[in-house]
Ligand binder design. Structure first.
Ligand code: GKR
Ligand code: MG
Length: 424
């Protein structure tokens, strides 16, 4: 019976939503973050949904891949994957921005596979009446913990494109502690991550120390996005030893991380030096990391993330999850897969608290004690709000942003900003 159900239409809708003036190693977030919403429609009138990157290179490969699933049953995931691998290749000469996996042309195939897989699993769940997590072997936890993801930030965007957000400025240790307090009051998070690589390391370490004092016993992480040299990272380690649960991507490269790991008892974590299977093999051989941040959007989907989790278990690595600016469809996909992974040893990252807008029915996803409950309803457990989709697509058409570019945005504030990496 399920073989007679076939995918007949694919819709790709780019959207833009408001995003805060969040600082990072590369510069600053633009006022609009981009995503693409993908819908797969079947001959029996069902619609499976998925959310992914919305940068132009990604939209182009999605367009290229569109016809590959027409006629397939939503259960033919392996066929879909074969077809995508045969057709979608890396884009030579593409401009890549390291902090935005949406622009990583080398990962074109896994990114497309992931997008289609999530929507196909959503359809499968609707057809058999089971949540996606059950199609992944069932849940090992009822709710998935996320961490409070703090950013250094300005109070508002240059040029004031819209009213400022409610978070205010986040630069000083006191402001960072206040940001954490607000985020924890609103969402109940039980661990904290600070996006670093923005200011002098001494300032960022002072912020971590202030967080440790304000939230005794709370697991903390710092992520300078490889903007510290190896020497700086080694020097900073003893000051962070007692307060961090892991030290995320302080310095660049597998070699740098492997050398740093010899100088610190802190577990090193990454979403930068290991993003492919080839990196994984090298990272194991070199001893570069102890914790891997997975991300189904570029690792090839939810099932690929489960494989990655098994490999992490084999190598004794801890697991957490990476995030970029995203909405509720991605959050639910992350929640289903994270609920199915026994060795999720750390709370997942999410940018979700920084987003005010939504594209799903019922509005924003709720957090309870910092965790998202795993849906028990069929499929992903969330549906598209068509009116909101239309509004966010209109914003995409009018906002003018087509590729994430934190460097050029930063130059509007500081024309001399180089974006040199590592900078400290
Ligand atoms: O949103 O500015 C940001 C982050 O820096 C993001 O681009 C990173 O990919 O969150 C990410 C990370 O953990 O490296
Ligand atoms: Mg990171």
């Amino acid at each position: 019976m399920t073989r007679q159900i076939a995918i007949t239409h694919v819709r790709i809708t780019p959207i833009a939503f408001r995003d805060g003036p969040l600082l990072n190693a590369a510069g600053i977030h633009e006022p609009w973050a981009l995503r693409a919403i993908v819908e797969l429609e079947t001959n029996d009138g069902r619609v499976g949904i998925s959310e992914t990157y919305g940068d132009e290179p990604m939209l182009r490969v999605l367009q290229q891949a569109k016809d590959l699933v027409i006629g397939l049953s939503p259960f033919e995931l392996n066929q879909m994957e074969e077809r995508v691998r045969a057709t979608i290749t890396a884009t030579p000469g593409a401009v890549e921005f390291e902090l935005a996996p949406g622009s990583h042309a080398a990962k074109n195939a896994p990114k497309v596979i992931s997008t289609l897989e999530v929507a196909m699993l959503d359809l499968q769940g609707q057809i058999v009446g089971a949540p996606v997590v059950d199609l992944l072997g069932g849940k090992v936890r009822d709710a998935v913990p996320y961490s409070a993801y703090l950013f250094f930030k300005y109070a508002e965007h240059i040029g004031k494109p819209y009213a400022p957000d409610a978070w205010g400025e986040g630069i000083s240790p006191e402001q960072i502690v206040a940001q954490a307090r607000r985020m924890i009051d609103l969402y109940g998070f039980q661990s904290i991550k600070l996006k670093g690589g923005v200011f002098e390391p001494a300032h960022e370490i002072a912020c971590m120390q202030a967080l440790a004092e304000a939230f005794p016993g709370m697991p903390l992480r710092l992520d300078p996005n490889a903007n510290w040299t190896l020497a700086t990272s080694i020097k900073a380690a003893p000051q962070l030893d007692e307060i961090l649960e892991y030290y995320e991507d302080p310095c660049p490269g597998l070699e740098g991380m492997a050398e740093l790991q010899k100088h610190t008892k802190l577990p090193l974590a990454t979403n930068m030096v290991i993003t492919t299977m080839d990196d994984f093999r090298k990272g194991c051989e070199m001893g570069s990391i102890k914790v891997l941040l997975s991300d189904h959007h570029y690792w090839g989907g939810l099932r690929a993330t489960q494989t990655l989790a098994r490999m992490c278990r084999l190598w004794g690595f801890g697991m957490s999850m990476h995030s970029n600016s995203h909405l509720g469809i991605s959050l639910m996909a992350m929640t289903h897969v994270a609920a199915s992974v026994p060795n999720l040893t750390y709370a997942c990252d999410t940018h979700y608290p920084w987003q005010e807008e939504e594209v799903i029915k019922g509005g924003r996803v709720k957090f309870d004690n910092g965790a998202v409950r795993v849906p028990v309803t069929p499929g992903l457990g969330v549906e598209l709000d068509r009116e909101k989709l239309g509004e966010l697509h209109e914003q995409y058409l009018s906002c003018g942003v087509r590729n994430r570019d934190d460097l050029s945005q930063m130059r509007k504030y500081q024309p001399e900003f180089t974006g040199k990496n590592p900078r400290f």
